[in-house]
Design a protein around this ligand. Sequence first.
Ligand code: MRU
Length: 349
Amino acid sequence: MSGFKSIEWLNGGILRLLDQRKLPQETVYNDYRNGRSVAQAIRDMVVRGAPAIGAAAAYGLALTAAHSQAETTAALKQELADMAEILRQARPTAVNLFWAIDRVMSRVDDPALAAVDGLKTAVLTEAQAIAAEDVALNKQIGRNALPLIPDEAKIIHHCNTGSLATVDYGTALGIIRMAHESGKKVLALLDETRPRLQGARLSAWELKQQGIPFMVIADGASGHFMRTQKIDLCVVGADRIAANGDTANKIGTYNLAVVAQANHVPFYVAAPTTTIDMATPNGDAIEIEERPAEEITTIGNCKITPDDVPVGNPAFDVTPAHYITAIITERGVVYPPFEENLGKMMNKD
Ligand code: MRU
């Protein structure tokens, strides 16, 4: 376990989220009692990272159920369906959000749940299962990756994919953690990850607590390190992996992948199968979130551009599958051709 919790359900129908906007300066937890405020917390990036926002949304539905005054299951189901729509609007790119909401709502549809109390319990139990499973999946991703990590590995990582971006342990950062915990001597080079600086603020904060050697680098420095030093691999997380392996992830991932290929450095994507969206054929079909201009024009409270400048702020990009060496999941490591091999893996029970 980490010394902090990104997401925690408390007795009495409270969801506690670690406010990631305030890290690393302050460790502040916010308590939520309704689904609508959880949707806002996802939008504002109090909680962020694909698996974490999926679990938060599931708990958002659990809050709706826990605090509902509905007297019939039909009325409660309607409240949950309305809240599911609100939560779906929170952010568009990470498929885990939609996956988790759909999973809870398919439980809600179970005709065997004929009493209001039983339905409330079932919603909470499903949200808790999603959260617990996420931790187990992440650890398995880390174990599956171990043969790919040499001893004394230098690894470039983008964004934050650790315990903060998940319920616990992490995906790409979880791989680095697992290698470290298994006795390998790893050095993580953390892309700072403009504009929200998830690498500099969050990944560095996590690895510092875990005693894992790292250094923070500017996003634009990764090519320099790959050209001038032996970098063993790059590993990133994912917000949505299309059926052909094209991968949406934090803006800047595509640049990193292109430079990795130019320097013959293996480029791995680490994600649970809950991030694989077989209904999306390729990366062009993934909606890329455009975020507010202030994320580019200011750092903290400091304005860094002239007033009223035009800004483009896509939060994610798509890395075409042919730049990806392998996709590391809890079910195993998938190599190209991804169209064929992701299909085989996802169809296996
Ligand atoms: O905008 P964010 O911070 O929610 O984006 C998060 C990322 O892109 C992560 O790298 C990705 O979600 C993987 S999360 C394990």
